[in-house]
Design a protein around this ligand. Structure first.
Ligand code: ARG
Length: 468
């Protein structure tokens, strides 16, 4: 029997049953190639693994598989060179590549889609694509952590005001504050790794929804594409987009961290705070006010996080009404997740060099460090250590702060006599709890801002970020 019993007449991969051609408006409306062409490499990787497996299983010949692989590699180069033609009439990247292969190989090309549907194909492509993105974003985050660690290492002893409610609270080491960002980004990286393991499951071989009657070897494809496991339920596997939602969320939480950081540094670099000097090459100016040096990069990092949060919503709402197995709605998953990946990649790309070029203004920090009674808690704890109940010590120091506020002085500027009026057993040795630097040095708890604790953490991060 000849390979082609009926020479194909339709230009569509699915045209056989139709009695009229597709309306042009439908082609324009339903095409995805304008955005899913970025899956081209993943699609070709998946098809090569699939074709080789078909040959190993005796479903196509080794010669056919080798022609398919060569043809697909040629198509890959053509796309990379920008010479490949995309058209709405061919719907999506999967059909484009398959039809280009068939144009080259005839019936051999027409065999590639054996034991496969676009449903398990697109799910496979998207998983490969997200997996690669996860790996790139993880190294982007690593770079950013490195930049924060380097900054912390450049400022091992600098004491700055710590804030709660955006009010001066207790003094902290600048290095401690910088390492706080490393912690957040580490959790982001852990979430990425966790999401990667649920992304890295092979759907190919699920067919449209029910599997296939042809004797395929899914384990062979799993191994070739470096997936961790093979999806066990064809109905679920062809339509599962949990990994897309999960990745969009992980990326949006990372973006939220970057947005918080951007907000903090916008504030800290104002004339009013004056703690930080941003690199001018990472600032932009005003077209009307000649003096302006604006933190637009930080503002855009903060601003772009909004769209990424929106993408999580869009994906969840996309999925909520879908019955089991593939529905065409799922095509709408791509623009949202691609946008989140691109946006975060761009944010990480400017964050690391901006951090590397930023400096503390030591004079400005020092000029106001003793304002705001940052050492009040330190004094209270010194009294507690001498046996005063916490609530009593809190109240006594509260009175002392009120007195200092009224006189417009720091706690250290009060006299022993004034201290003695609030606390009968006052000794001038309690003064060792006063002053921002001393307050920082007196911390002892693990994870605190004490210089020894922070030095330990700097060493931990140095080791962690240098490890391969
Ligand atoms: N372009 C489609 C998507 O992105 C590919 C799968 C189409 N499957 C189908 N049966 N129409 O979801």
């Amino acid at each position: 029997m000849p390979d082609s019993i009926h020479p194909p007449k339709s230009s569509k991969a699915w045209g056989g049953v139709f009695r009229e051609p597709t309306d042009k408006r439908v082609e324009a409306f339903s095409q995805s190639v304008s955005f899913d062409k970025r899956l081209a490499n993943d699609d070709i990787d998946g098809s090569i693994a699939h074709a080789r497996m078909l040959a190993v299983c005796g479903i196509i010949s080794a010669e056919e598989a080798s022609q398919i692989v060569t043809g697909l590699e040629e198509i890959r180069s053509e796309i990379a060179r920008g010479e490949f033609e995309f058209t709405a009439a061919k719907e999506d990247i999967h059909l484009h590549i398959e039809s280009a292969l068939t144009a080259r190989l005839g019936d051999t090309g027409r065999k590639l889609h054996t034991a496969r549907s676009r449903n398990d194909q697109v799910a496979t492509d998207l998983r490969l694509h997200c997996r690669h993105a996860i790996d790139r974003l993880d190294s982007g985050l690593h770079e950013v952590q490195r930049a924060f660690l380097d900054f912390a290492q450049r400022e091992p002893g600098l004491v700055i005001p710590g804030y709660t409610h955006l009010r001066r609270a207790q003094p902290v080491l600048a290095a401690h504050q910088l390492l706080a960002w490393c912690e957040k980004f580490q959790r982001d990286r852990q979430r990425l790794a966790d999401c990667r393991s649920r992304t890295n499951i092979l759907p190919l071989g699920s067919g449209a929804l029910a599997g296939t009657s042809l004797p395929i070897d899914r384990e062979h494809v799993r191994h070739a594409l470096d997936f961790e496991s093979v999806a066990a339920n064809s109905l679920d596997a062809a339509s599962d987009r949990d990994f897309v939602c999960e990745l969009a969320f992980v990326l949006s939480l990372t973006a939220v961290h970057l947005s918080q950081w951007a907000e903090e540094w916008i504030l800290w670099s104002t004339e009013e705070f004056g703690f930080l000097r941003l690199p001018e090459r990472f600032c932009t100016g005003s077209s009307i006010m000649p003096q302006k040096i604006n933190p637009d990069v930080l503002e855009l990092v903060r601003g772009k996080s909004a769209r990424m949060i929106g993408n999580v919503q869009a994906l969840l709402v996309l999925l909520k009404g879908l019955p089991t197995a593939y529905n065409r709605d799922l095509q709408e998953d791509k623009e949202a997740i691609f946008d989140s990946i691109d946006t975060l990649e761009a944010m990480l790309g400017v964050t690391a060099p901006l951090v590397a070029g930023t400096k503390f203004d030591h004079a400005r920090v020092a000029a106001t460090l003793e304002r705001g009674h940052l050492d009040a808690t330190s004094l209270m704890e010194a009294l507690i250590a001498a046996g005063v109940p916490q609530r009593t010590a809190h109240e006594a120091v509260g009175h002392l702060v009120r007195r200092a506020m009224t006189r417009g002085v720091s706690l250290a500027e009060l006299s022993d006599e004034e201290f003695g009026r609030e606390y009968a057993n006052w000794k001038s040795s309690f003064r060792s709890a006063l002053g921002a630097s001393r307050a920082v040095e007196r911390m002892v708890s693990f994870g605190s801002t004490a210089p020894v604790q922070v030095a330990d953490q700097l060493a931990v991060w140095q080791h962690r970020l240098n490890a391969p």
